[in-house]
Write a protein that binds this ligand. Structure first.
Ligand SMILES: Cc1cc2nc3c(=O)[nH]c(=O)nc-3n(C[C@H](O)[C@H](O)[C@H](O)COP(=O)(O)OP(=O)(O)OC[C@H]3O[C@@H](n4cnc5c(N)ncnc54)[C@H](O)[C@@H]3O)c2cc1C
Length: 494
């Protein structure tokens, strides 16, 4: 993996025209090796970082002039190749991130697409509003979240983020901006949300936030002795939970297959927190820079390296499970940010996976077939001696978006460490997993994907759905300006 940045002048731009080189310099365009978040792949592209719609429109004009394609990028937190565009332009929208309108009475916020979930909650929490859907990292942007229609640990109750988007403005590759709501330009509303940036670029998003009466959540942790128990616990607890998530130990086998721990969290009702102004303060949401007041969080990933091999993983999971078993039933009050963004509190944790990086595989499987399918998946990974380093179970509900991965069922996110030696073995194993998922009526999630093949995408989405999406793309992006590696790999070729 390279992460070197090249200056336009240094490269001499052998493959680009003089006209384009001038344009690139005017916008501070740089040739960069743009990585997948998981670090297992990357693509060289010309990166622009526009700050407003005028600059955005100009980059679209450059693309038309030069026949280069454009891939959109938010925070770059997609695990695979969804947010880079080899040999083309990458429009990195992180600097296009102002809040345009905020109403603390109604909780409706309108913002530019580069606003991160972190910036969003910091802006609204002291007024008593929290994002309706929060991803496991707060480094994601509103645009990236809408384009993937992300879900949180409350997906079973509130659906994906698209269910909370009231309207958005979308810049088409022609430079025209259209406003979309459920009842205005509704076909594109339901296709651009979850359409992984292939129909246009969100230039503003209007979101309904969730009212909260405290900065704290009531959190209960329970041990699950195997996957069947975890499923039973999920079924029993869903009706009374605001959030529910399970950690699955990927190395436990036999009677302990799929054992782990679940966390159930609930909002505090109005009046329960005696000091809501205090608990809602931004300062009281974030963790300090050290753990136990001594160990800087920034160095923890180095210690984690000891456990990112199959032996270390066994020891770490055993320890984690033993603690969760011993403390099962424990209750704490935890700030929202600490509950949701635990992974962000160990900076650079993914570096502990080593230079080959990681990929994630997150199948979504219908309610009735999920338990058996996930057991078969776990057994398959163990048979290949390629156990998951992190398994996370969530419950979901169906939604109305065209390219949806949502369904009435469960998802199991599985992280796999990639090395030179195991790369091809992982790919072969994933082919087997795909069959298990398809047989169980499951779906896949482009935000996490690195391995999906066109035939598998057609099998889970249906040829009609893909044809409908291509029709919309042909209408709104007739020159196929918007492309990413994911699009070319999975969907571009009929
Ligand atoms: C540690 C970690 C935890 C995660 N937890 C969750 C989770 O709990 N739930 C979940 O659903 N996902 C989760 N994800 C995945 C992540 O939420 C998605 O990949 C999300 O799309 C990333 O947002 P981003 O801003 O980084 O977008 P990017 O990864 O940069 O881009 C995502 C997609 O959006 C498109 N895009 C970006 N900006 C725009 C725009 N303005 N207009 C149109 N298209 C655009 C890109 O082309 C790309 O296809 C997690 C990822 C990580 C690394």
């Amino acid at each position: 993996m390279q992460d070197k940045q090249y200056n336009v002048d240094e490269l001499g731009m052998p493959q680009l025209s003089v006209a384009l080189s001038k344009e690139l310099k005017r916008f501070d365009g740089r040739l960069e090796d743009v990585p997948a978040w998981g670090g297992a792949s990357s693509g060289m592209g010309w990166v622009f970082r526009p700050i407003n719609t005028d600059q955005l429109a100009e980059v679209f004009a450059i693309a038309h002039k030069t026949d280069l394609s454009i891939g959109l990028r938010g925070g770059g937190n997609s695990y695979g190749d969804a947010a880079y565009n080899s040999n083309g332009i990458v429009l990195d929208l992180c600097r296009f991130n102002r809040v345009l309108d905020w109403n603390p009475e109604t909780g409706v916020i309108r913002a530019e697409p580069g606003l991160t979930i972190h910036q969003l909650w910091e802006y609204t929490v002291e007024d008593g509003w929290w994002p309706p859907v929060a991803t496991g990292t707060a480094k994601t942007t509103l645009g990236g979240c809408a384009a993937m229609n992300v879900h949180g640990k409350n997906a079973f109750k509130v659906g994906p983020i698209g269910d909370h988007i009231l309207e958005f403005d979308l810049m088409l590759p022609s430079g025209e901006i259209i406003t979309c709501r459920r009842n205005e330009n509704s076909d594109i509303f339901f296709a651009a949300i979850g359409g992984f940036g292939m129909l246009g670029c969100f230039t503003s998003i209007t979101l309904q936030m969730k009212r909260v009466y405290s900065g704290l959540l009531d959190v209960v942790a329970l041990a699950s002795t195997d996957l069947s128990v975890m499923f039973e616990q999920f079924r029993a607890l869903l009706p009374t939970s605001d959030y529910l998530v399970g950690w699955v130990d990927g190395v436990a086998s036999g009677n302990g297959l799929g054992r782990g721990q679940i966390h159930k969290a609930n909002y505090l009702e109005k009046g329960v927190d005696p000091y809501p102004e205090q608990s809602l303060r931004v300062d009281n949401q974030n963790l300090g820079d050290t753990i136990f007041g001594i160990v800087p969080r920034s160095i923890i990933w180095q210690g984690m390296r000891l456990f990112t091999n199959n032996y270390g993983l066994r020891a770490a999971n055993l320890g984690k499970y033993a603690v969760s078993y011993a403390t099962s039933g424990s209750k704490i009050r935890q700030p929202h940010a600490q509950f949701h963004f635990l992974l962000d509190y160990v900076p650079n944790w993914k570096k502990s996976y080593g230079g080959g990086g990681l990929i994630q595989y997150q199948p979504f499987i219908p309610r009735d077939s999920a338990e058996n399918a996930f057991k078969t998946i776990l057994r398959t990974t163990q048979r290949h001696d390629l156990p998951t380093y992190l398994g996370v179970l969530k419950r979901h509900r169906p939604d109305a978006f065209l390219m949806t991965h949502g369904l009435d069922g469960f998802s199991l996110a599985l992280d796999f460490r990639i090395t030179q030696a195991n790369r091809q073995r992982i790919v072969r194993m994933v082919r087997e997993l795909d069959e298990i998922v398809l047989d169980a009526g499951g779906r896949f999630y482009p935000a996490k994907d690195s391995t999906l093949r066109p035939s598998v995408a057609t099998a889970y989405l249906g040829a009609d759905t893909i044809a409908r999406f291509r029709e919309l793309k042909q209408r709104y992006d007739p020159d196929s300006v918007l492309q990413t590696n994911l699009w070319r790999r999975v969907f571009m070729t009929p």
